[in-house]
Design a protein around this ligand. Sequence first.
Ligand code: ARG
Length: 458
Amino acid sequence: MKKKLWQGRFDTPLSADADGFNQSLTFDRKLFDADVEASVAHAAMLGECGILTKEEAEQICEGLKEIVRDVAAGMPITGAEDIHSFIEGELVEHIGDVGKKLHTARSRNDQVATDMRLYARRSCDGAIRALKDLVEVLLLRAKEGVHYVMPGFTHLRKAQPVNCAQYFNAYSEMFLRDIDRFSACRARLNVMPLGSAALAGTSYPIDREITRELLGFSSVSQNSLDAVSDRDFIAEYLFCASLAMAHLSRLCEDTILYTSDEFGYWNIPDEYSTGSSIMPQKKNPDLPELVRGKTGRVYGALVSILTVIKGLPLAYNKDLQEDKEVFFDAETTLLQCVGIYAALMKKITLNVNAMYEAAGEGYSTATDVADYLAKKGMPFRDAHAVTGKLVRECIAAKKKLTDLTLEDFKAASPAFEEDILTAVTTRASAEARNSVGGSSVKAARAGIVSLKKRLAKY
Ligand code: ARG
């Protein structure tokens, strides 16, 4: 282990076990790019402001670029307390004592806060890209599904027939909200803490505008105590990720149900299915189950950071180092899950006949019968009662609503006419709901157009 940045104050080195426990390099090496980027900007600013000479600043920037080349060529990132110490140590090795000037007017506290924001900014972009790909797949499924009708459920009981496109659009709406949320999270976190130093700011004549501009932040933090200890953006990202996973887990659950023998609406192709070690006949939905399970892991990350920041005294505390592993793990998990689901949704096949058949079962067009009577002037509550009785009679006679003759209907109410026989069919039922966002082909198509328009902003 290289000498500590802070060794001067101590008589003896840190014991090996304490060192191992304290270190963060094994995971914060992920911040390598962000740390170099922020250091290059910081050094350039120090040069501009005359805090370092132009030559010193240039030497530092060149040295940092050499380290990037070394790492790209395979130099291992090891042997230091954290990524900041590693880079500074390497810099001194590359360019000598001038490297020791990089940390002027800076602390690891504002440095790590800046690195994490640079990193999280890219993470938001990555999440948006992945979710966008998923929505694009769902929009393709919707385009194909616009001609098909499937059962819509409430309480997991067949409720009313819905348009298949409307079904896929429902998930696109959820994921589009997730995209919106990641985008808002990105905008809110795009504030630069660099220049806050350890906690109180700095006495050097720095120009934070220069670093802000170089690093592409939209503004600079306005309170150094807050800036070094603020991890709200980590919690926000993890909330966005958690909700996206919640949405994905619902789609997983639908997939598991719809591909079961009991439902039989969709098939997962062999490339995305798994078998059983003992039961030769099994074809299991491991992928949706795993994604559903990994949702818990991402929630865990959110709860973890919320718990870490709870009750922390101002300003920086080492507890905050715990923001990283959960963040990185949740990020990887989210991207993996969204990616595999986009691939899976592209590949599932729809059993359109089975879906149509199922959509007509369970007296799912009973609301249409009640609506029919209500539209003829009967109060809806009475129409509901008349229809309920008809359903009861059908159950007793083992008949469907579509098996009833006009005479059967007329016996229930004289208001029924010939057109009720069409109104109770599955297709007519879905088509009747032409309200905005509804189950008619026209409404489902409009849903696709609207989603595409909103998605195009990203
Ligand atoms: N590894 C530390 C973290 O992630 C870097 C900041 C260290 N600052 C300090 N005052 N010890 O938070």
